[in-house]
Design a protein around this ligand. Structure first.
Ligand code: ARG
Length: 574
């Protein structure tokens, strides 16, 4: 696949030459990156093929080396079972610099004509936005940007959890433990969601006591939710709307800080009018049955059938997701519908897919759950009900505050210090999340979020600012036309810059922002090493200054692009 990477050229040359020497098709040639960069830029391990050909790997490596032809600008060397290749440094610099100065560097077009409907963030109304919600929000936004860079059309949907039986519970709680007036008063001081959160926790404490109290609560909640689902303009609906509006205001505040946007904010309640037709459609397909009064559908590989409608006629999360996936297919004709949702919902998305499959719809397998691991606290699982959560705004505020203090110490004359502190504090929190393989569970640690050294967002941002400052101080406009024979000295940095497009392509294809996050740290490390080892501004000759500046600027641009795709700002000074 062409990735738009300046290294593609060399890779094609190599695979063609190897294929010819071996008499096999180029597609079967797998090149690797040598673990030790001093061995070369690409490696071809001979183990597999040697086994097939009943030869010793080192013997095969030497044999191939003797047959290689047409390797312009690439030198080959055997090292035991490996064939290692090194690109001519001048040619490397020439190609990488030209590519990296292109403002669209990192972009590609393998997504042209394909639409991805991406479901991310999707928090629940009336709950504080906690550190767990951050995952879906920032992973989703990074996937969106990376896929857009690779030519996909991405429809970003925030499927707000604004419907369901929990609203019956909230309305009960509001009546029992608080009042509308108290909620209004809390809203006036910006603490409405905290207030709702408290009464929700209170409700669950009472519910857990069991006995008559729990039964009364359950009955009252059911009645409220039935009122809500009746569609009438009643008291339940009026209060629900108020809670929704208040919650959305809190979410908006957070999205603005995180620079997260959506094509469409369309909560579960928006599918209300579609629910009856959806249930009818599934019934008419003849795949449902009644079980204990409820409407269910059997799905393969599972003993428990999927529940579509309860005995008293209320619908479920799954029903609303079915209605929404039909809406998404019909409205956007998606190539893939991707859900950035926690791994605790794997069964749910498996059911969703399998119900669509049972309906005989060929696109069932285009539904993809890009799940992420759970955020845990050192003391255990987070739980809104139990009030055991880390509130995202607290984390953002602490990170920003800590950066502000650091900036005051280290750079007291910095202009726009507050803006920079916000960008770097947020960058720290976002990067700290994105750097983890999305599938793995993570334990939240204050110490880790507030650490700005090592493999962190602020380290990458700081490196970017350093590069920007070198360019600024030079008083020159760096140019890709600088002498490549001189720029070739920064080979490892050039290679890292050169890999950027293929990293974006792979991270987009797999919906894995952490691949880009780790490549970004590596790029920052190599850029740091480069300006530590090479004097740029007083390099001696003007040609050498120009060549080093070109490399510094190429690295700066690539870092800025990478951070932008991850949703992180790259201030020019900090
Ligand atoms: N609101 C849900 C939650 O917080 C996530 C919704 C994900 N999207 C979806 N279409 N089901 O758990």
């Amino acid at each position: 696949m062409p990735t738009g990477s300046p290294l593609d050229h060399f890779r094609h040359r190599l695979t063609a030459a190897l294929a010819q020497a071996l008499g096999i098709v180029p597609e079967s040639i797998k090149l690797e990156r040598p673990r030790d960069p001093s061995h070369g830029d690409f490696a071809f391990p001979c183990f597999q093929l040697a086994k097939e050909r009943k030869q010793a790997p080192p013997a095969l490596a030497s044999e191939i080396a003797g047959k290689l032809a047409g390797l312009e600008h690439i030198s080959a060397k055997t090292a035991g079972p490996f064939l290692n290749f090194t690109i001519d440094r001048t040619e490397l610099a020439r190609r990488v610099l030209t590519a990296a100065f292109d403002p669209a560097y990192g972009g590609g077009n393998e997504g042209a004509g394909k639409t991805i409907v991406l479901d991310y963030s999707s928090p629940n109304i009336a709950k504080r936005f906690h550190i767990g919600h951050l995952r879906s929000t920032v992973i989703g936004m990074a996937i969106r940007k990376m896929c857009e860079a690779r030519g996909f059309r991405v429809v970003g949907i925030n499927h707000i959890g604004d419907w369901g039986s929990q609203f019956g519970k909230l309305l009960t709680a509001l009546r029992r433990y608080s009042s509308e007036a108290a909620l209004d008063a809390a809203a006036a001081t910006g603490t409405a969601i905290e207030h709702l959160h408290e009464i929700y926790v209170h409700y669950h404490e009472d519910e857990e006591k069991g006995g008559d109290l729990a039964k009364e609560l359950a009955a009252e909640s059911r009645k409220w939710f039935l009122d809500l689902e009746s569609g009438a303009e009643n008291e339940a609906r009026r209060l629900w709307k108020k809670m929704t509006t208040l919650s959305l205001a809190e979410f908006e505040r957070i999205y603005r800080r995180l620079n997260v946007t959506f094509t469409e904010i369309r909560g579960e309640s928006a599918y209300e009018p579609d629910l009856a037709p959806t249930v009818r459609r599934i019934k008419e397909a003849g795949v449902t049955r009644i079980s204990e009064g409820a409407l269910v559908i059997d799905v393969e590989g599972s003993e428990k059938p999927a529940l579509l409608q309860t005995g008293d006629g209320t619908t479920l999360y799954l029903t609303r997701d079915l209605a929404s996936v039909f809406y998404r297919k019909e409205t956007y004709k998606f190539w893939k519908a991707v859900y950035v949702v926690g791994s605790d919902q794997r069964d749910h998305f498996r059911e969703l897919k399998l119900v669509v499959k049972r309906l005989g719809l060929p696109w069932w397998d285009d539904i993809e759950h890009a799940y992420f691991g759970m955020m845990r606290l050192p003391e255990g699982k987070m739980s809104s009900r139990k009030g055991r959560v880390v509130i995202l705004e607290d984390v953002l505020d602490s990170a920003v505050e800590q950066v502000r203090t650091l900036v005051r110490e280290k750079n007291p004359n910095l202009q726009h210090a507050d803006e920079v502190a916000e960008q770097v504090g947020i960058g720290a929190v976002v990067f700290n999340d994105l750097k983890n393989d999305r599938r793995r569970d993570v334990v939240f640690s204050w110490q880790e979020v507030l650490n700005f050294d090592g493999e962190t967002g602020p380290y990458c941002q700081y490196t970017h600012a350093r590069l920007a400052s070198i360019v600024r101080k030079s008083g020159q406009t760096p140019s890709a036309e600088a002498d490549p024979a001189l720029a070739g000295e920064g080979a490892q940095l050039l290679l890292a810059i050169g890999r950027f497009p293929e990293t974006v392509a792979l991270a987009a294809e797999r919906f894995e922002p952490h691949l880009l996050a780790s490549a970004t740290v590596e790029l920052a490390q190599l850029a740091n090493a480069y300006y530590r080892d090479h004097r740029v501004l007083d390099a001696g000759s003007q040609q050498l200054v120009a060549a080093r500046l070109a490399l510094v600027e190429a690295a700066r641009r690539t870092l800025a692009r990478a951070l932008a795709l991850l949703g992180i700002a790259a201030p020019a000074e900090m």
